[in-house]
Design a protein. Structure first.
Length: 329
């Protein structure tokens, strides 16, 4: 009888121990699960902490600005912690800051000059040029101007150097009224391009109103029937309902109006030109946000350029430049 009681007691104790062990294993499983969840949360927090951050200093051409403003807007959706405001002090103004190391990226509607490259070198700055789009420098007149249907480069030079000061000086059948001039400022790459191609380095007429802000030029031309101005193609498109673009006679004697096709195929010459961004090589190498921004620019510049009124490059040019960027990093 005693043996039976002892056996029964052993069985009971064994069952209780097994139950306790089972409960203990359940606690371990819960602990493991909780630990796993905590680790995942910590990992997620670490990834948040690693979200790309910082600032990118950008300045330069008002002509290139619409493209780069679109780039910054789209880039901020992907990298909201990166600040990349776009300044518009003009190509020359942007280079003044860029060559002394104040900015990471300089937008330009003309190639950088040898003396600017030399100054950058004096300050230990190595740089790389990237093309982002094509532009057609657009000559515009007031919407009510019903006498101008085309102009030659020589006629433009006569007007903008002051050799011809009235419309009738160009054509006796045109109004005997003073021409009102609206031009980008001297820090603008558009001014430099016009100065080289049209004025051939001769002084611009003193009566011209100059501004780095293309919107000021648009307003000037729209409010004066005798006005003429010029700026990037995108600004004409943005204001095409209130401005009249002037076809320009090219080297083949054809009067050609700027549009996507004529700018890309080169028939709108000599006023078609590429648009650039210049990057500080050290910024690309040392600042992850700058590298990602330039990469994003080259991957999206074609679409964004067309959205704001410019003309995309052939895709292979963007691809080649992306390889160049990788080499900098």
């Amino acid at each position: 009888m005693k043996n039976f009681k002892f056996l029964a007691m052993s069985i009971m104790i064994g069952s209780m121990m097994a139950f306790a062990a089972a409960c203990g294993n359940g606690d371990d499983a819960t602990t493991t699960e909780n630990n796993g969840t905590q680790q995942e949360q910590q990992s997620g927090e670490q990834q948040e902490d690693k979200q790309l951050q910082g600032e990118i200093a950008i300045d330069g051409s008002s002509t290139v600005a619409p493209i780069m403003e679109a780039v910054s807007e789209e880039f901020s959706k992907e990298f909201p912690e990166v600040k990349a405001p776009v300044g518009i002090s003009g190509s020359g103004g942007g280079f003044k800051r860029f060559v002394v190391g104040e900015t990471d990226i300089s937008n330009a509607s003309r190639p950088i000059k040898d003396e600017e490259v030399a100054k950058a070198g004096d300050n230990g700055i190595e740089l790389t040029e990237f093309k982002v789009a094509f532009d057609g420098l657009s000559v515009v007149v007031n919407k009510d101007n019903d006498w101008v249907d085309q102009l030659t480069i020589e006629q433009l030079k006569q007007m903008w150097t002051g050799e011809a000061k009235k419309w009738s000086d160009i054509n006796p059948e045109w109004p005997n009224e003073d021409i009102k001039y609206f031009s980008p400022g001297t820090d603008s790459g558009t001014f430099d391009y016009f100065n080289e191609v049209v004025l051939e380095e001769e002084p611009m007429v003193k009566e011209a109103t100059l501004s780095e802000d293309d919107n000021v030029l648009v307003k000037g031309v729209t409010t004066d029937k005798n006005a003429i101005g010029y700026f990037g193609y995108a600004y004409f498109l943005e204001n095409k309902d209130s401005l009249k673009v002037v076809p320009i006679v090219n080297s083949n004697g054809e009067a050609v109006e700027p549009n996507n096709e004529t700018i890309e195929n080169g028939t709108y010459e000599p006023l078609s030109r590429p648009l650039f961004v210049y990057v500080n090589n050290a910024s690309v190498k040392d600042k992850e946000q700058v590298y990602e921004y330039v990469k994003f620019t080259l991957e999206n510049a074609g679409d964004l350029a067309e959205e704001v009124g410019y003309v995309r490059l052939p895709q292979e040019q963007y691809d080649e430049q992306l390889q160049t960027l990788e080499g900098l990093k």
